[in-house]
Write a protein that binds this ligand. Structure first.
Ligand code: HEM
Length: 468
């Protein structure tokens, strides 16, 4: 049995990092971490602000206390070996690179997420949210997790590439991405030597990566040709911004770099947006008072029409609902690499170790958020947030690696939820409770069947005499 306390030396003093109980010889905590990592990581704050856990092949510490989380996120920026193992798919994209190369990549992609650009992507978000509301039928039962995943993928792909060729590319990517992401999640959390075996899963992964490259190659070539023919032509999408990006010396991104960043956005964005919308609809159905308040806001602001970018300023409750959903159902893991001589909370941590922060564990910790199981958007009213540590709400991480797609994601979920809920109400079967399961970096419901019911908004009734 691993000893309960692992001792580390601090300059001059000796301080101890507690080790989580229940480690097994050789396996460490893998038997608990591998099965339900967010549940295991949620138990750790009881053992201290920094806790050591045993994962074969890695030296791992978990930070559980918001102020130390803030300190770790703002002081450290590299992610280390776990993410480097995703390089086959993510290439030299912003998620994988480190140090000065990472800072350069962040500068190059920043214009793609500027406010004016988000306002342009919002037209795609609104249009696809509206198209989805048109497809739904009163009384139908939907697999809401699949619906929201599909909508998210189409929307992120639609914001990346526009036009006819964009649609073809989005369809190709749409076919490939779910499988490639499932295989990726499996690869990075198992021992590295398994990646090199000629198994069916490994071969399939490489095939899918090649197909993704082929899908983006055609569209990148077409955009370059457009830009050469007419430098003023603006497709108004993310790909256009990447093609135009220039570094300090005026050099553009290579085709490979553009491809890598596109894949990073698709992988980083799609699943998380889809899951946020999924869980939001689930929580609305379980909290009728919150749902009523949302309907009142939507009827007042939208009166039955789809939500547009300029409506966001008045969709205050909708935005708070997104924040509250991101508290309850955020990603379960962010990672930082420990450099030489690093100290945190009075502990000297060994160089090369991995520092885990589990956002969902922090968000569900009663020491951090009172009554954490209550779904309460009022937590995000300005007066309720006074004095809250910045490390207490970290669905997008923080510091140099903070998610660059955060405003994009908040905009998309708010606009599409407002559009869907303006017109439809989703009902759970009586007594149904979603069972959480971890896939990749997120917590998914094992299944989420919900029944669609048409709503009647007061203004629609007045305008047309009948409800749609
Ligand atoms: C609800 C939706 C989303 C959530 C919860 C989310 C969450 C996160 C988190 C936790 C990180 C790691 C941050 C850290 O380590 O400090 C991250 C990084 C990243 N996200 Fe997101 N994300 C979302 C949407 C998006 C979207 C829409 C895009 C792009 C279109 C995107 C692109 C990325 C990229 C490229 C990174 C890597 C950044 C870096 O390493 O510098 N994400 N995201």
């Amino acid at each position: 049995m691993t000893s309960l306390l692992s001792t580390v030396r601090r300059t001059g003093v000796t301080s101890t990092v507690p080790t989580a109980p229940g480690a097994l010889p050789f396996l460490g905590h893998w038997h608990r971490f591998g099965r339900a990592p967010h549940r295991f990581l949620s138990t750790l704050s009881a053992h201290g602000p920094v806790v050591r856990i045993g994962i074969p092949g890695y030296r791992t510490y978990v930070v559980t206390e918001p102020e130390l989380i803030r300190e770790a996120f703002t002081g450290l920026s590299d992610q280390g070996s776990m993410i480097e193992r995703a390089e086959l798919l993510l290439g030299a994209g912003v998620t994988v690179v480190s140090g000065a190369t990472h800072r350069r990549s962040r500068r190059l992609i920043a214009p793609a997420f500027a406010k004016a650009r988000i306002a342009q992507y919002a037209t795609v978000m609104t249009a696809l949210g509206q198209a989805r509301t048109d497809q739904w039928r009163d009384g139908a039962t939907l697999a809401v997790n699949e619906e929201m995943h599909d909508l998210a993928l189409r929307t992120v792909a639609g914001a990346l590439f526009s036009g006819e060729l964009g649609e073809v590319t989005a369809r190709r990517v749409h076919r490939l991405l779910p499988e490639v992401m499932t295989l990726l999640a499996r690869r990075v959390t198992r021992p590295a030597w398994l990646d090199r075996l000629p198994t069916r899963g490994n071969r399939r992964f490489l095939e899918l990566v090649d197909q993704l490259k082929a899908a983006t190659a055609d569209i990148i070539a077409a955009y370059r040709a457009d830009l050469a023919a007419d430098p003023a032509l603006d497709h108004g999408d993310l790909l256009d911004t990447l093609i135009r990006a220039r570094d300090e010396d005026g050099a553009p991104l290579t085709d490979k770099h553009v491809h890598d960043e596109l894949v990073n956005f698709l992988v980083g964005g799609t699943e998380a947006i889809g899951m946020t919308a999924t869980w939001l609809l689930y929580e609305l159905a379980r909290n009728p008072e919150v749902e009523r308040a949302l309907h009142a806001e939507l009827d007042e602001v939208l009166g039955g029409r789809p939500a547009e970018f300029t409506d966001l300023a008045r969709l205050d409750l909708t935005k708070r609902l997104v924040l509250e959903t991101l508290r309850r159902y955020s990603p379960w893991l962010t990672v930082r690499h420990v450099p030489a001589g690093y100290e945190l909370g009075g502990h000297a941590l060994p160089e090369g170790a991995m520092l885990f922060v589990c956002p969902i564990a922090v968000h569900r910790d009663p020491r951090v958020h009172a009554d954490p199981d209550r779904f309460d958007p009022d937590r995000w009213l300005p007066e309720a947030m006074e004095g809250m540590s910045r490390g207490a709400h970290i669905p997008f991480g923080m510091g140099a690696r903070q998610c660059p797609g955060n405003v994009f994601a908040l905009t998309q979920v708010a606009l599409q939820i407002a559009t869907l809920c303006g017109r439809w109400r989703l009902r759970l079967e009586p007594g149904f409770t979603a069972r959480e399961t971890v896939i990749g970096a997120l917590v998914h419901p094992e299944s989420l069947p919900m029944r669609v019911e048409a709503r009647t908004s007061p203004r629609r009734e007045t305008d047309s005499g009948t409800a749609k």
